[in-house]
Design a binder for this molecule. Structure first.
Ligand SMILES: *[C@@H]1O[C@H](CO)[C@@H](O)[C@H](O)[C@H]1NC(C)=O
Ligand SMILES: *[C@@H]1O[C@H](CO)[C@@H](O)[C@H](O)[C@H]1NC(C)=O
Ligand SMILES: *[C@@H]1O[C@H](CO)[C@@H](O)[C@H](O)[C@H]1NC(C)=O
Ligand SMILES: *[C@@H]1O[C@H](CO)[C@@H](O)[C@H](O)[C@H]1NC(C)=O
Ligand SMILES: *[C@@H]1O[C@H](CO)[C@@H](O)[C@H](O)[C@H]1NC(C)=O
Ligand SMILES: *[C@@H]1O[C@H](CO)[C@@H](O)[C@H](O)[C@H]1NC(C)=O
Ligand SMILES: *[C@@H]1O[C@H](CO)[C@@H](O)[C@H](O)[C@H]1NC(C)=O
Ligand SMILES: *[C@@H]1O[C@H](CO)[C@@H](O)[C@H](O)[C@H]1NC(C)=O
Length: 899
C-alpha cells in the first residue's frame, strides 16, 4: 500500500481535521499559551535576565490571524503588479483552480494545479526533486545537498541550482520541489538530512539561498522544503506503516529562541533570495500541523519574514479546508484528500467556503496572487515549455490522465536535458570530498604495482543503477540516497570502474576488485598482494515510506553498513597501505579503524551523484586537490551528539512528542557546550598543501542604530467581483469530466449540499481575527523579504590573511565563528566562510562582513533581534576547533535601539 512513487507520501489520511485539539476543528490554538521561551536563552532584554519555560511535551501553538496578504515587497513589485492585474480578471472558480491540485496521478507531473484556460494560464508542473528531475529519463543526478555543503562553495551551489533549474525547465517542470533546509539535521540519524545541507544555519542558509537563485535564474520556481521542525521520518505521518500506529504526526516542540536563532534562520536567507514557494511539512509544531499552523505560516513566514510567494502543502499534509486556508496555506497538493479519493479539502469546498463567507474573498485572492506572482517573478510566462515527460511511466505512449486511463497518446518525448552537466557534477563531487587522514598514502600516482579495491560500495548494483525504486536499497556504490528526493541515473560511474580505468590508462600496474563485502578470504588474498588497498564503505538513509534493512528512513545507527568495519579490518590486516573511502549521508563512527596504522588515509566522499567514480579518482590521484570540509561533526559515539531520533511513540497513540530540549545545541554546538571532544570536528578537512592564518583585523562601520519596523499594512484588497449566483459555479456543459479529477465547481446550486466540508458553518469555530481584512500592524522584525532589512547592515568587517605554505595550489575554506558572549549562548557559531583558491607561496585575504543579524540574539519579549551587552569574540581559522586567530568586539550593543 506504500506507494513507491510520489513527492512524499502518506499511507493513512488522518482524521478530518488533525488539529492539535480535535474538539477545535479550526485549530485555533491555545489563546492563553505563549510561544515558549528557551530554557537556555533566558533573553528578554540586553541583560539576558529572565528564566523561560522552554520546549516541553504537549506545548501548544498560539493562534495568529489574519493571514498576511502579500504586497509586493522588495523586488517583487513588478511581479505583483502583473499578478494583481491578472487575478483581478479571474472568476472565483479560476482562482480556486490555481490553489488546488487536480489529484494524484491525474496529470503528468507529481503535482499539478488547475489551469485558467480563458486567460492562457497553463496548469503548473510541480516536480521533485532537490537533486534533479525525478521520475524521468535523460536527466542528471546531481550531488546531494550534503555534498554541496561539504564544498562550502557558494558558486558551486549556484551552478548546481542553475543546472537543475535548466533540466526542470526543459522537461516542462515549472516548480522544482527543492532545495531543502528542513530537516536541518537535529539528529545525525535523520533520514532526509542529506537532502538539506548542514546542521548549521549559516552554512545552510547561504547554500539554500544560492540554490534558489540558481534554480530561479532558469525561470523555474524553487520550492523550499520542508517548513518547519521536520527533523525525523519516524511518525511524520499518522500511519507509520511499519512498527507502530499513532493517530497523529509527531509534534516538534520548540521554543521561540531556538526557532529564530537556529531553524528559521536559513529560511530568512531563502526568502531574501526570492524563493517563490515553500512546502509546509507533515509534522506538527507545538501540537499544530505545519500546514494549518497559523503561528508558523501567518506570523513567522509571512508577517515576519515577509514571504511573497506561495505555501504549498507536502503531499497529503493538508489536514483541513477552512482552517488551513485561514492559517496561511495557499496551494494544496496533490489536491485530493486521500490519493484518488475524488474529494478535496479545497476545490469545490473552497469555492463554497468563499461564497459562504467563511473564507474571505481577499484570502483566496491572496492565494491566487501569490501563485501568479511567483510565476511572473521568475519569468515563467515568457519562457514556457510544455511538459514533455510523464512521472508515472517511462513508456513513450500512455495515458495523459494516468490514474483515470484517459487521454492516450505520446506522453514521454525522452528529451535529453543534461546539457553536459556531468562535468559540473564531477567537479562538485571532487570539491566535496573531505580528506580526514593522510599518512602520506595520498595522492596516488596510478603507477602503483598492484591496486586492490574492496567493498560493494566500489561496485555496481546488480539490478542496475535504477534497479531499486526511488533508490530504496543499498546495493552497489551509494551515488544517491533514497526517497522522493532522488532522480533516475543516466549512468553511474562506480569507483571501481573509474579506478580500474585510471590504472589501465597509466599502463603500469594491475588492478583487482573484490566487490562482495563478505568475501573475506578472497579479500585477504587480494589485499595481501596489494601495494595499495582501497576499501569503499557506506551508510545510507532516506524517506520514511521506504524501509531499507529495517531503517525506516532514519538510520538505526551510525555505524557503516554491510559489516564494513570487518572488511576494513580484514583488508588492513593484510595490507599496510589501506585507504578507506566512505560514502555516507552523514557522520559515521570510525573508531574501529581510525587509529589503525595500516589505515594510511581516510576520505569522506558523501553521496556524490552520477559521476561518483570520476570525482573520487580526481582527488585520490591528485588531479584535483582536496578542499572539502566536513559539514557536520564526527563523534566517537552517537551519545556524543546529545540528540537522537524518537523511535518509539511516547504518547500512546496520540501525537509523539519530540521535545527539542537541547535548544540550539545540536551538532558542534552540543559538542562545544558539553566539552565533548569530537573525532573530526565540524569544518575539518585536509589538503595536499598546507595553510597558515595571520593578521586578523576588524573594522567598525558607521551603521547606525537599529530601527524596528513600525506602521501598518494596507487593507486587504479584493480583486474583482465574486458572483453570488450559485448557478455560475456548476460544472460547465462543455467540459468533459475526468474521473477522480478535482475541480473547483459546485455539485449543485445549493451551497449546503455541494461540498460537505463538515468544519464549515460550525458556529463559533472561526478563529478570532481570521476574517479581518483591515490594515494590520507591522512586526518590528519585518519589513522586506527575509525580515527587517537593517538586519543585513554591515556593522564590522573582519579580514585575515591565509597563506598557502605548501608546494601546490589548493583551496582553503576559511571560517569565522562568533561567540555572542551570554551565559546561555552558543560557545562559538559559524558566521562567515569562504573557499579561497591560493597558489603556493601566495596569500589571500579572507573577508567577512558581520551584519547586525550575525551579532544578534532573539528577544522573546520585544519579538525582535537585539545585540546583548556581552563582548563578542571573533575567531578565524580552518575548522570549528582549529581557530588560531581571535579578537574581541566590545560595545556592539551601541548599535541597538536600546542603547
Ligand atoms: C493553554 O495554555 C496554558 C498555558 O500554557 C495552559 O495552562 C492551559 O492548560 C492550556 N489550555 C489548553 C486547553 O490546552
Ligand atoms: C536564567 O537566568 C536566571 C537569572 O539570571 C538564572 O537563575 C537561571 O539559572 C537561568 N537559566 C538558565 C537555564 O540558565
Ligand atoms: C501529553 O498529552 C497526552 C495525551 O493527552 C498525555 O497522555 C500525556 O500525559 C501528556 N504529557 C505530558 C508530559 O503532559
Ligand atoms: C480548472 O482546471 C482544469 C484543469 O486544468 C480545467 O480543465 C478547467 O477548465 C479549469 N476551470 C476553470 C474555471 O478555469
Ligand atoms: C469537502 O471536504 C470534506 C472534508 O472536510 C470532505 O469530506 C468532502 O468530501 C469534501 N467535498 C468535496 C466535494 O470534495
Ligand atoms: C547498523 O545498521 C546497518 C544497516 O541496517 C546494519 O547493517 C548494521 O549491522 C547496524 N549496526 C549495528 C551495530 O547494529
Ligand atoms: C608495508 O609492507 C611492505 C610489504 O610487506 C613492506 O615492504 C613495507 O616496509 C611496509 N611498510 C611499512 C610502513 O610498514
Ligand atoms: C454557510 O452555509 C451554511 C450552509 O448553508 C450555513 O449553515 C452557515 O451558517 C453559513 N455560514 C455563514 C458564515 O454564512
Amino acid at each position: 500500500m506504500w506507494h513507491q512513487l510520489g513527492a512524499a507520501l502518506l499511507l493513512t489520511v488522518p482524521s478530518v481535521y488533525g488539529a492539535s485539539d480535535t474538539s477545535n476543528p479550526l485549530d485555533q490554538g491555545n489563546t492563553t499559551a505563549p510561544w515558549p521561551n528557551s530554557v537556555y536563552s533566558n533573553a528578554t532584554d540586553t541583560n539576558n535576565s529572565v528564566v523561560a519555560a522552554g520546549s516541553k511535551s504537549n506545548q501548544t501553538s498560539p493562534p495568529w490571524y489574519p493571514s498576511p496578504w502579500a504586497e509586493g515587497l522588495g523586488d517583487w513589485e513588478a511581479a505583483y503588479a502583473k499578478a494583481r492585474s491578472i487575478v483581478s480578471q479571474m472568476t472565483l472558480l479560476e482562482k480556486v483552480n490555481l490553489t488546488t491540485g487536480v489529484g494524484w496521478e491525474l496529470e503528468r507531473c507529481v503535482g499539478q494545479n488547475g489551469a485558467v484556460p480563458r486567460l492562457g494560464i497553463p496548469s503548473m508542473c510541480m516536480q521533485d526533486s532537490p537533486v534533479g528531475v525525478r521520475d524521468t529519463d535523460y536527466n542528471s543526478v546531481f550531488p546531494m545537498g550534503v555534498n554541496v555543503a561539504a564544498t562550502w562553495d557558494r558558486g558551486l551551489a549556484y551552478a548546481r541550482g542553475q543546472g537543475m533549474g535548466y533540466e526542470h525547465k526543459h522537461k516542462g517542470s515549472n516548480v522544482q520541489l527543492g532545495p531543502v533546509t528542513g530537516p536541518l539535521g537535529r539528529a545525525p540519524e535523520g533520514g532526509r538530512n542529506w537532502e538539506g545541507f548542514a546542521p548549521d544555519p549559516v552554512l545552510s542558509g547561504a547554500l539554500f539561498a544560492q540554490s534558489i537563485a540558481g534554480i530561479q535564474s532558469q525561470n523555474v520556481i524553487a520550492c523550499g522544503k520542508h517548513f518547519i521542525g521536520y527533523e525525523q521520518e519516524h511518525f511524520r505521518s499518522s500511519g507509520d506503516g511499519f512498527l507502530y500506529t499513532v493517530n497523529q504526526s509527531y509534534s516538534a516542540n520548540l521554543d521561540d529562541v531556538t526557532m529564530h536563532e537556529l531553524y528559521l534562520w536559513p529560511w530568512m536567507d531563502g526568502v531574501r533570495a526570492g524563493m517563490g514557494s515553500v512546502m509546509c511539512s507533515y509534522n506538527q509544531i507545538n501540537n499544530s500541523y505545519a500546514c494549518q499552523n497559523s503561528y508558523v505560516l501567518n506570523k513567522l513566514l509571512k508577517a515576519e519574514l515577509g514571504f511573497q510567494g506561495f505555501v504549498m502543502s507536502d503531499w497529503s499534509a493538508q489536514m483541513s479546508g477552512v482552517a488551513s486556508a485561514l492559517a496561511g496555506l495557499d496551494m494544496t497538493m496533490p489536491g485530493d484528500i486521500a490519493f484518488d479519493s475524488a474529494t478535496s479539502y479545497w476545490g469545490s469546498n473552497l469555492t463554497v467556503a468563499v461564497l459562504n463567507g467563511t473564507v474571505p474573498q481577499w484570502r483566496v485572492d491572496d492565494m491566487a496572487v501569490r501563485i501568479m506572482a511567483a510565476w511572473y517573478y521568475v519569468g515563467a510566462e515568457t519562457n514556457y515549455i510544455p511538459i514533455n515527460f510523464d512521472s508515472w511511466t517511462l513508456d513513450t505512449y500512455g495515458y495523459e490522465h494516468y490514474y483515470a486511463n484517459e487521454g492516450y497518446g505520446i506522453i514521454n518525448e525522452h528529451v535529453d536535458v543534461r546539457n553536459n552537466h556531468g562535468a559540473l557534477i564531477r567537479e562538485i563531487g571532487a570539491a566535496s570530498a573531505v580528506l580526514l587522514k593522510n599518512d602520506g598514502a595520498l595522492p596516488l600516482t596510478g603507477k602503483e604495482k598492484f591496486t586492490g579495491v574492496f567493498g560493494s560500495d566500489a561496485g555496481a548494483n546488480a539490478y542496475g543503477p535504477n534497479g531499486c525504486s526511488d533508490r530504496g536499497c543499498d546495493m552497489g556504490t551509494l551515488g544517491c540516497a533514497w526517497g522522493s528526493g532522488t532522480a533516475n541515473f543516466p549512468y553511474l560511474i562506480t569507483p571501481g570502474f573509474a579506478i580500474e580505468n585510471e590504472i589501465y590508462n597509466q599502463g603500469v600496474g594491475v588492478f583487482q576488485g573484490v566487490y562482495d563485502d563478505y568475501a573475506y578470504s578472497e579479500a585477504e588474498s587480494v589485499a595481501g598482494q596489494s601495494s595499495v588497498a582501497i576499501v569503499f564503505a557506506n551508510s545510507d538513509s532516506g524517506e520514511g515510506y521506504i524501509s531499507v534493512d529495517g531503517n525506516i528512513g532514519d538510520r538505526n545507527n551510525l555505524t557503516l553498513w554491510h559489516d564494513a568495519d570487518t572488511l576494513i579490518q580484514t583488508v588492513s590486516a593484510q595490507c599496510n597501505n589501506t585507504i578507506v573511502v566512505i560514502h555516507s549521508v552523514g557522520p559515521v563512527l570510525m573508531d574501529s579503524f581510525v587509529n589503525n596504522p595500516n589505515v594510511t588515509a581516510i576520505v569522506w566522499a558523501g553521496v556524490p551523484g552520477e559521476e561518483s567514480g570520476n570525482s573520487i579518482v580526481d582527488v585520490l590521484y591528485g588531479k584535483v586537490n582536496f578542499g572539502g570540509k566536513l559539514p557536520f561533526t564526527v563523534g566517537y559515539s552517537r551519545e556524543n551528539y546529545g540528540t537522537d531520533i524518537l523511535y518509539k511513540p511516547n504518547c500512546g497513540e496520540s501525537a509523539p512528542q519530540l521535545d527539542f530540549t537541547e535548544g540550539q545545541f545540536i551538532d558542534y554546538r552540543a559538542f562545544d557546550k558539553g566539552g565533548v571532544t569530537p573525532l573530526y570536528e565540524f569544518g575539518f578537512g585536509m589538503s595536499y598543501t598546507t595553510f597558515s592564518y595571520s593578521d586578523i583585523n576588524i573594522v567598525k562601520h558607521d551603521a547606525g542604530k537599529y530601527a524596528p519596523t513600525t506602521g501598518e499594512t494596507s487593507p486587504a484588497p479584493n480583486l474583482g467581483q465574486v458572483s453570488n449566483d450559485t448557478s455560475d459555479y456548476t460544472f460547465p456543459n462543455n467540459l468533459t469530466r475526468i474521473p477522480y479529477y478535482i475541480y473547483p465547481y459546485l455539485n449543485s446550486t445549493s451551497l449546503k449540499s455541494s461540498a460537505d466540508e463538515p468544519d464549515y458553518g460550525v458556529a463559533g469555530s472561526i478563529p478570532a481575527g481570521s476574517q479581518n481584512g483591515s490594515a494590520q500592524p507591522l512586526l518590528p522584525s519585518s519589513g522586506a523579504p527575509g525580515g527587517n532589512p537593517m538586519l543585513w547592515d554591515v556593522l564590522y568587517t573582519v579580514t585575515a590573511t591565509i597563506t598557502n605554505t605548501g608546494k601546490i595550489t589548493g583551496d582553503e575554506v576559511a571560517q569565522l565563528y562568533v561567540g555572542l558572549g551570554g551565559p546561555n549562548d552558543v560557545v562559538r557559531q559559524l558566521r562567515g566562510f569562504e573557499r579561497l583558491s591560493i597558489l603556493p607561496g601566495q596569500s589571500a585575504t579572507f573577508t567577512v562582513d558581520l551584519t547586525r543579524r550575525d551579532l544578534s540574539n532573539w528577544d522573546t519579549v520585544s519579538q525582535d533581534w537585539f545585540i546583548s551587552d556581552y563582548d563578542k569574540t571573533v575567531y578565524v581559522g580552518a575548522s570549528s576547533r582549529n581557530l588560531p586567530l581571535n579578537d574581541t568586539i566590545s560595545g556592539a550593543s551601541a548599535f541597538n535601539r536600546f542603547a
